[in-house]
Design a binder for this molecule. Sequence first.
Ligand SMILES: C[S@@+](CC[C@H](N)C(=O)[O-])C[C@H]1O[C@@H](n2cnc3c(N)ncnc32)[C@H](O)[C@@H]1O
Length: 375
Amino acid sequence: MICELTEAGDLTPDWRDSFEAAARHRFIPDTVWVEDADRLVPVDRADDEAAWLELCYANKAVITQVDDGVPSLPGRVGREITSSASRPDVVAGMLAALGAEPGMNVLEIGTGTGWNAALLAERLGSDSVTSVEVDPAVADRARRVLWDAGYKLTVAAGDGASGYPESGPFDRVIATVAADRVPHAWAEQTRPGGRVLVPWTTDFHNGALVAFTVASDATMRGRIMGNVAFMRLRAQRGKRASLDRDVKEVAGARRSFTQTHPYPVLGEYDASLAIGLRVPRCKLIVTHHDGGAYTVWLVDPWSGSWAALDVEPGAEKFPVRQSGERDLWQEVEDAYRWWDGLDRPTSDRWGLTVTPEAQHVWLDTEEHRIDRPGS
Ligand SMILES: C[S@@+](CC[C@H](N)C(=O)[O-])C[C@H]1O[C@@H](n2cnc3c(N)ncnc32)[C@H](O)[C@@H]1O
């Protein structure tokens, strides 16, 4: 794993010793879960050590808790991922982006398995790292594993959105959990000039890493610098969309056609990031049919509005069905045209500012501010 990460340029030389010392499998629980269709199925180390180890050293996230610790289906099968060890290339890339050096004081939000905290403690020393985890059982386990491995850092059980002022001020804050509304407490507890690294998300789009710099008035500003997908802060989880539950009144749906193929709208990172700024409370689901056909569903689980776009291979126009108080496909298509009209800005041109009162998004400079509806 270390060789692969190094060759790919994800693991930088300054973090290599930490990766060698804090071996990932030492932090992964004996039971993990793997995805099987829409269910999460357990894999026990005691039953198949080789399979478990392979999961520990693949360049993939390892699912370490489902359904907040109580699998909701028989046979310890789960529905929702609620804790995981992040993908090794993402961990290495975020540590490089954090710019944490020995002598700095660092706060991690989302302890999970404790692996990332161990990597930080190995390089910076345990006294310089604090980690906060919202799930008390996950926090207790991580603390025990970290302390047994010799990393006697502070692992606090609590809501990381409030930071951890007892250990501050910090030079660096790293969130390993995503935020839609970025907590200002992280800026308040960081020294001016310090960096706060946050996976930022919208209901529509789940993957932008923002590197903020904190100013002397505790405002923080930063640009999008990468593509990462993390689970959300517990209090910001929002609602999950379900076709079974949310798609109702199919016969009465409003019908039309569009000539806009959904792929460049929904499948391209830069476009879908921008659409997420304009279209709140909209979740995307794709269902596949025989012969390469598929349906793109847009679902607002709050209002019950939904839209479906049926795509046949080679077709030049696509039937659209829309239902509920919102015309979701229309909103998404309009947002796509808006992004196109701005000359298709790439993700790195967007930035975020977080003040004590609010947060806003901008394009290139603060002067070009984007108001986000409903956020
Ligand atoms: C992707 S995992 C973190 C991975 C972890 N850093 C590691 O090395 O294994 C995200 C974690 O954030 C936790 N979390 C969710 N909401 C939180 C909150 N408000 N405060 C602190 N932790 C939170 C979850 O329980 C989960 O364990």
